[in-house]
Design a protein around this ligand. Structure first.
Ligand code: PLP
Length: 445
């Protein structure tokens, strides 16, 4: 292994000390190419050595401002000291025992903490939810599909175009994002119908056309929906959209599965994105930010739904004690300031991006909630321009700013929720400089 230069603390802004990628990064990328799956999608050659807050350092000592949070995961920032402390303390006591076959307190405690915050109707005396822990977003959605089918004894599912729910067979079958994610993997799980996301017109079509013709509603187990569509482009649905799904579900005895894997755990300024609309769900799936970077996910379901018997669904690693300890620390931090910060910094980011849009209309107005924000890039005719988006992301990397795309031509901003106003300004300044560079923006697409 190459040793990495270690500084005590990372600067609060990008600092580039080599050409990119540096020589150590190049060597690791070459080794990677020889041995890892070509299905990974690396947009630029970043080889990370360590992270702190919103900053990451590569193996050559270059420091980047991270507006990706490792794909919306490191909610509390990279290596938050309180999360690290909780992980260290728990790993010195118990690394693994399997919550499927045994009991340990961190799993119970995190389940209690999540259950009491679930956006479900109060169930009187007990907790408003029961919790099944998983290792990932896909596994959470996979389990949610199984639970919905098990409980309703129905098989059909409605999902949305543009949705991303994961890569395993059930989750992939709900996904309606990019053709490459499905191509040559069929046959998928049958019984899924995709409709357009986010509009009342789409729900009219579902109820008036599909339910009346080819999709008998009393055979539909669930409607699976992202409260804000993530990989599909950070699309905020029309007001009333989620409430109408709730109403449709109630009318036909269908379960509402809300995928909060990307939008949940404080990212939008509320614990769950659905909280913005005050809509009650039946099942919530979560993962990503839940444990600040340790692999953990969860299915939350109304207690009367989670009636599957012992042995019907389980997992060896899900709810690992170290991941749960990280989850407990994460939740504490989210509620003691980080969700408020997400709201405030998200508003600042959107205000700054709006100003930038006023100068560069080829970057759209921003959209999103909290620190789940995106802009589209447009060509001169005003159409979505994915190549321009890709060039901007490349150039941002070369200037020390880490960005990710989503949707057809969007740049998403999903930084750690610890980001401060200076870092927001730096990110927008770098973007502004790039939009000023005629060699990037004016290239015909
Ligand atoms: N659901 C949503 C909304 C996601 O954004 C993702 C991942 O991007 C997933 C599910 C899948 O999560 P994982 O990659 O942890 O399986």
């Amino acid at each position: 292994m190459l040793s990495t230069p270690v500084n005590l603390s990372l600067p609060n802004e990008p600092r580039l000390v080599t050409a990119l990628p540096g020589s150590r990064a190049q060597a690791i990328i070459e080794r990677d190419r020889a041995v890892t799956s070509p299905s990974y999608t690396r947009d630029y050659p970043l080889v990370v050595a360590r992270g702190e807050g919103c900053m990451v350092e590569d193996v050559d000592g270059n420091v980047f401002l991270d507006m990706t949070a490792g794909i919306a995961v490191t909610a509390t920032g990279h290596a938050h000291p309180e999360v690290v402390k909780a992980i260290q303390a728990q790993s010195a006591r118990l690394l693994h025992m399997s919550g499927t076959d045994f009991y340990y307190e961190p799993m119970v405690e995190l389940a209690e903490q999540l259950a009491m915050r679930a956006p479900f109707p109060s169930s009187g005396t007990g907790f408003p939810a029961k919790v099944f822990f998983t290792n990932s977003g896909a596994e959470s959605n996979e389990g949610a599909i199984k639970l919905a089918r098990y409980y309703t004894k129905r098989s059909l599912i409605v999902a949305f175009l543009g949705a991303f729910h994961g890569r395993t067979y059930g989750a992939m079958s709900l996904t309606g994002s990019k053709a490459v994610q499905r191509a040559n993997f069929g046959p998928l799980v049958p019984g899924v119908t995709h409709i357009p996301y986010g509009t009342h017109a789409s729900l009219d079509h579902l109820e008036k056309q599909l339910f009346a013709t080819i999709l008998p509603p009393d055979e539909v187990a669930a409607i699976a929906v992202e409260a804000i569509q993530g990989e599909g482009g950070y699309i905020v649905p029309e007001d009333g959209f989620l409430q109408r799904i709730r109403d449709i579900c109630d009318r036909y005895g269908i379960l509402m599965i809300v995928d909060e894997v990307q939008a949940g755990m404080g990212r939008t300024g509320r614990l769950f994105a659905i909280n913005h609309w005050g809509v009650m769900s039946d099942i919530i799936t979560t993962a990503k930010g839940i444990a600040s970077g340790l692999p953990l996910g969860a299915i939350l379901a109304r207690p009367e739904l989670m009636t599957w018997p012992p042995g019907s669904h389980a997992t060896t690693f899900g709810g690992n004690p170290v991941a749960c300890a990280a989850g407990i620390a994460t939740l504490r931090l989210l509620e003691s300031g980080l969700m408020t910060n997400a709201t405030q910094m998200g508003e600042l980011l959107q205000a700054n991006l709006t100003q930038l849009h006023n100068k560069f209309p080829r970057m759209s107005l921003p959209r999103g909630k909290g620190l789940m924000v995106a802009v589209d890039l447009l060509n001169e005719e005003g159409n979505l321009d994915s190549k321009l988006r890709d060039r901007i992301i490349q150039e941002a990397f070369l200037q020390g700013l880490l960005l990710l795309g989503c949707g057809k031509a969007a740049i998403r901003f999903c930084p750690p929720l610890v980001i401060d106003s200076k870092q927001i300004q730096i990110a927008v300044d770098i973007l502004s400089q790039i939009l000023h560079s005629s060699h990037i923006v004016s290239k015909s697409t």
